[in-house]
Design a binder for this molecule. Structure first.
Ligand SMILES: [Fe+2]
Ligand SMILES: [Fe+2]
Length: 474
């Protein structure tokens, strides 16, 4: 061994490791697959928890972060499934639960009754223990023989670090010491679950500790009613019809960028709605969940593009723009999961012709607001992917396209937005917020408001029927 050297001292083994490191016995294929299945189970359960908790979580920044973290977990789940499939003949046993205490561990976090406990469970227990399991896999396995697993563990660690960084900051912002103290018994239970399972990766000696369910005594029930934080003071507001303004040629492009930022930010209702389809549609191939979660994340990104657009123009959106949740509320509470998917497909297939995403991008270009043009450019590109996802997982259920579109149209027509209902209790005043938002932008632009633009006051009450294919989120 001592005498061995590479040609002119080049790095050995394609740079993977030293010759000596590649001589260690490491993990057998059996041991490696057992560990990969634990990593897979953790990512799959985390994907489900992040997705299931988007809709009813009121805080916007958590909705968007859960959307990203669900997408990341769905991607790593897919990669781990593929790797196990490379090493074993079917059945792969990927739906089996690796240890009963691990099931309780994730059930408890899924059922956490408060946002604070959810954050502590996810970012102080689940994600760190998964990170530890992946690091241990890399340390224990033979770097040459098991290189494909090492590679995917390294990529996963890169993104888990992002989750942890967000989680640490979120916990520092939202959770004080008394709050943490109130959760201490439950946090101990989570640790006991891990100890009883021999750690998340199964590499420690399992400890004989009793684990009694606290938050998961009753099976988890998904809450499909969207909630928003206090920056959405009028979530039933349908007082400003963005599409009628956008498609009216008499209005100039600059104020139209405001309507497009509004339409983008309003898209936070799409993750709220898509989460309900994903959570309430069981037993699909993993690629279904992976694709749908990618789109869910894209829609959260679109919402954040609107947020950035408003921040860039100095518009205080919580005060000057009333972002509603009527679409996700209506779909989630009035339609079945497949009907919701039908509505999504119906709206998105209507966005591709000249009246849709291309038009919005052209308005962005004409407005000389480079941020609007850039965001609409990517929004359009994302829509190409979403149309494909719709073809793969929705359209494929029908004999022909016409039937699929008709079913979506019918489902959409059945959703009642209850325009007038609730006026008496102070909801649904449909205040016209447009003049305030437009004036704020004019101050930033240093121009006098155009009286015709300022006077715009078309609501969603009467014109929705004509433009219905354009009024949804996507
Ligand atoms: Fe979108
Ligand atoms: Fe979309």
């Amino acid at each position: 061994m001592k005498a061995y050297s590479t040609y002119r001292n080049l790095p050995p083994l394609a740079g993977l490791s030293s010759i000596a490191e590649a001589m260690k016995s490491g993990l057998s294929v059996e041991q490696c697959v057992t560990r990969l299945k634990r990593h897979h189970y953790a990512f799959k359960r985390l994907h489900h928890i992040f997705t299931a908790r988007i809709t009813a979580e009121p805080i916007y920044e958590l909705k968007t972060a859960f959307s990203l973290h669900a997408h990341i977990c769905a991607e790593h789940t897919a990669v781990l499934r593929k790797r196990v499939g490379e090493m074993r003949e079917p059945p792969l046993g990927l739906e089996e639960i690796p240890h009963p205490s691990l099931e309780i561990f994730f059930d408890e976090i899924l059922g956490a009754p408060t946002t604070e406990e959810l954050l502590l469970g996810l970012y102080e227990k689940a994600v760190p223990s998964l990170k530890g399991a992946l690091e241990r896999h890399i340390a224990d396995t033979n770097p040459l023989a098991d290189q494909p697993s090492v590679r995917l563990c390294r990529f996963a660690l890169l993104e888990l670090e992002d989750l942890l960084r967000f989680g640490r900051q979120a916990i520092a912002s939202l959770i004080d010491e008394p709050c943490r103290q109130r959760s201490s018994e439950w946090l101990r239970l989570l640790e006991d679950c891990l100890a009883s399972a021999g750690g998340l990766g199964g590499t420690s000696e399992p400890r004989q500790v009793p684990v009694h369910r606290l938050h998961s005594v009753k099976p988890y029930v998904y809450d499909r009613v969207p909630r928003r934080d206090e920056r959405f003071p009028d979530p039933y507001n349908m007082g400003v019809n963005a599409e009628v303004f956008l498609y009216d040629p008499k209005f100039p492009p600059e104020p139209k960028t405001l309507m497009m930022f509004y339409k983008r930010l309003r898209e936070i209702d799409v993750p709220e709605m898509m989460a309900s389809i994903i959570v309430e549609t069981p037993d699909k191939p993993w690629d279904y969940y992976r694709d749908m979660t990618r789109q869910l994340w894209d829609e959260a990104r679109h919402a954040m593009m609107g947020e950035v657009g408003f921040a860039n123009l100095g518009i205080d959106w919580p005060k000057d723009v009333m972002v509603n949740f009527t679409w996700s509320l209506g779909l989630n509470t009035q339609l079945k999961p497949f009907e919701r998917h039908a509505v999504l497909y119906f709206i998105e297939q209507g966005l591709m012709p000249k009246n849709g995403k291309r038009f919005e991008w052209e308005v962005g270009l004409a407005s000389h607001n480079p941020l609007s043009a850039l965001f609409q450019d990517y929004d359009w590109a994302d829509e190409v992917l979403h149309a494909k996802i719709g073809r793969d997982w929705y359209l494929s259920q029908f004999k022909n396209t016409q039937e699929a579109i008709r079913y979506g149209d019918e489902s959409w027509s059945r959703v009642l937005m209850n325009w007038g209902k609730g006026r008496a209790d102070g909801l649904r005043q449909h205040r016209n917020w447009w003049p305030d938002a437009y004036r704020a932008a004019c101050r930033t632009w240093g121009v006098e408001p155009d009286p015709e633009v300022l006077a715009y006051s078309t609501t969603y009450e009467t014109v929705r029927a004509d433009l219905k294919e354009l009024t949804g989120s996507a």
